[in-house]
Design a protein around this ligand. Structure first.
Ligand SMILES: [Zn+2]
Length: 345
């Protein structure tokens, strides 16, 4: 098994250990009692010991060794149950069916936020990569329709990570997918979202969100950017201008300010234009010399790869990121969406 898998699992186990033991130390007795119900604190201590054992095993890389064949079990199986110590293959019958069902559920839960299939948008070639730093992340991208049937795309990032960021993102997704079909522009959706979330107690942090509306017949892209990292738009035919434009924020992130007035911009796209959306995990990836990957590197990369198909551009960014950070795992949730204008509009 790759050492990056151990590193990622270890990071999650340490975070869990930290959160659970911190809660146990700090929560008032009555709160502890309610949360534990009929169970005792000793039962929870036992769980912490299981965590500690697993953490120790990530250090000497013995976590996930199969007791039957002595090879490593499947990483996805291990991510679902860090105490698993027998490969799926060695089970038979009912037990195996149960484990396979659990594994399927685990994958569904992880992927619930992300669209299962890329949509067909006439004139646009799409490719994406998304991987949370923890098993559940705070990144989100989606495709949807506006009231007039035009195509929408979104990328968002919740400040923070882990389960709470992920749950928060689930509610942003629900709100977005409810609002978009009854509105006509990205700015209108953002306005609704901010009004809805600003004073809502469940929004415990803020959310950056880039929304765009693509009209395949006019080839126009209308966007509003609520505090999200500027997507990059590479345009081969610039007539002397900057080849890579940054679609800078047109408003604040959702949940930050009362006087929210998200602006909107429209660009007319041409054959070969390439739009790259990304989250912090890409530009803030750190190399062993503590330097950030940065947006300049990303801009140079898409210029270099602009003639490749969208999925190859995504592949090239992933590869450049991995080479940049070396053997360490990515520290943040990482999402890349590439949309390239082709000729079949
Ligand atoms: Zn085995």
């Amino acid at each position: 098994m790759e050492s990056s898998v151990f590193a990622r699992i270890r990071e999650n186990l340490l975070a869990t250990r930290h959160n659970l033991s911190g809660w146990l130390r700090a929560a008032p007795a009555r709160n502890r009692q309610t949360r534990l119900g009929p169970a005792s604190e000793r039962a929870m201590q036992a769980h912490l010991r299981v965590l500690d054992t697993a953490i120790a095993k990530t250090e000497d890389q013995t976590l996930g060794l199969c007791q039957v064949c002595h090879g490593y079990i499947d990483p996805e199986h291990l991510e679902m149950d860090y105490t698993a110590c027998v490969c799926l293959d060695h089970f038979s019958g009912e037990e195996r069916r149960q484990l396979e069902a659990d594994l399927e559920l685990s994958q569904k839960v992880q992927k619930a936020l992300l669209p299962q299939h890329l949509p067909h948008i006439p004139g646009l070639e799409l490719a994406v990569f998304s991987r949370p730093a923890q098993i559940v992340g705070g990144d989100y991208f989606d495709f949807f329709h506006f009231a007039d049937g035009s195509h929408g795309l979104a990328i968002a990032d919740v400040a923070g990570h882990g389960m709470s960021a992920s749950l928060l993102m689930a509610s942003v997704q629900t709100a977005l997918l409810t609002l978009a079909p009854i509105t006509h522009s990205p700015a209108e959706v953002l306005n609704h979202l901010n009004r809805f979330f600003l004073h809502n107690v469940h929004l415990t942090t803020f959310v950056t969100l880039f929304l765009a509306r693509f009209d395949p017949t006019q080839r126009t892209l209308t966007y509003s950017n609520a505090g999200h990292n500027p997507p990059l738009l590479y345009r081969p035919q610039t007539n002397g201008g900057e080849p890579v434009a940054r679609l800078a924020p047109t408003g604040a992130a959702i949940g930050l300010i009362e006087e929210f007035e998200p602006g909107g911009e429209t660009v007319t796209l041409a054959q070969g234009d390439l739009l790259l959306l990304y989250t912090d995990g890409v530009t803030e990836a750190i190399n062993p010399a503590e330097e950030q990957f940065g947006v300049e590197r990303l801009a140079a990369l898409i210029q270099q790869e602009a003639c490749s198909p969208a999925r190859m551009v995504v592949q090239a960014v992933r590869q450049a990121l991995q080479e940049f950070i070396g053997s360490q795992p990515l520290a943040d949730d990482t999402t890349i969406v590439v949309a390239k204008l082709n000729g079949d509009a």
